[in-house]
Design a protein around this ligand. Structure first.
Ligand code: AMP
Length: 283
């Protein structure tokens, strides 16, 4: 049976609904998104279902996490389709606030996530992770879920959220969901829509390169050489890499001796899109 999806845009209404569920001793999960939902998002909803009685998804294109020359204005907004997908995906409540509802007063306060916000994507997108952390903190305070689900696809974001929750003592369990890919290996993303069909095929080089990076590291190649080869492979396929690196998967620091797990991360531009992906492994 398909549960009827409730859609709310007011913070007070969301609070009242979640409060009613909590009074009935129901566990609540939150899945924050920017909408334009695809199978990756829906896998998060599915995973959330296994951890909670009620699933809340949010759709909010958060202005404070976009830089001045980024795609905030053109980011695909498809709320009606998102509602259909969420309802058939077993979501109970969609929170789709306006920017005015989320930022009633012009925000004067911002969470600074510290050093992790200044490396990799944070170096290319200054302030991005502060914006993400601030909006996620707000969503966690609004919904007060028992668990919140985030995708490993955004590896650095997941780490930022884990630090946020741990260091500011949010009473929520963060659950990581594996990356859902297209048949050619390209990680599903709302930004894939910016690609032409030829570019979509070309973009499969990202996952192929991540696999190659992992295999080369496992075969004992030096990290610097692996990173250089990865950048060359991306350039050769017509992509412009922002970075192609191997890092410690625990903290995204440069790999020292005896790390438990490593992660290869790529961010690259292709046509109108900036694409990110990663692959982690145990050492
Ligand atoms: P977004 O709408 O892009 O902000 O993503 C919302 C959530 O969905 C984030 O936790 C993402 O990491 C996650 N997500 C996005 N794409 C994928 C994917 N292909 N597989 C799994 N999770 C994803």
């Amino acid at each position: 049976m398909v549960t009827k999806l409730i859609t709310l845009s007011a913070i007070a209404e969301v609070r009242a609904q979640v409060c009613a569920w909590k009074k009935s001793a129901l566990r609540v999960a939150l899945v924050p998104t920017m909408g334009n939902l695809h199978d990756g998002h829906l896998s998060l909803v599915q995973l959330a279902r296994t951890h909670a009685d009620k699933v809340v998804a949010s759709v909010f294109v958060n202005p404070t996490q976009f830089g001045p020359n980024e795609d905030f204005a053109s980011y695909p907004r498809t709320l009606a389709t998102d509602q259909v997908l969420l309802e058939s995906g077993g979501c109970d409540l969609l929170f789709a606030p306006s920017a005015e509802e989320m930022y009633k007063a012009k925000p004067s306060l911002n969470i600074d996530v510290g050093p992790i916000g200044t490396i990799l994507c944070g170096a290319v997108r200054p302030g991005h992770f502060n914006g993400v952390a601030t909006v996620v903190a707000k969503l966690l305070n609004i919904v007060q879920p028992d668990v919140a689900v985030f995708g490993e696809k955004d590896f650095q974001q997941l780490m930022v959220i884990r630090q946020l929750v741990q260091q500011l003592d949010f009473p929520v369990e963060i659950i990581a969901a594996p990356t859902v890919r297209e048949p050619n290996g390209l990680a599903r993303s709302s930004r894939n829509q910016y690609l032409t069909s030829d570019e979509r095929q070309l973009a499969s080089v990202i996952y192929a390169t991540l696999l190659q990076m992992r295999d080369s590291i496992r075969a004992g190649k030096a990290i610097k050489d692996v990173e250089t080869s990865a950048s060359q492979a991306l350039l050769k396929a017509g992509l412009k890499p922002d970075y192609a690196v191997v890092r410690n998967a625990q903290d995204l620091e440069i790999v020292e001796k005896n790390v438990k797990s490593e992660v290869a991360l790529i961010a690259a531009r292709l046509g109108k899109a900036r694409l990110i992906d990663n692959l982690s492994w145990l050492c």
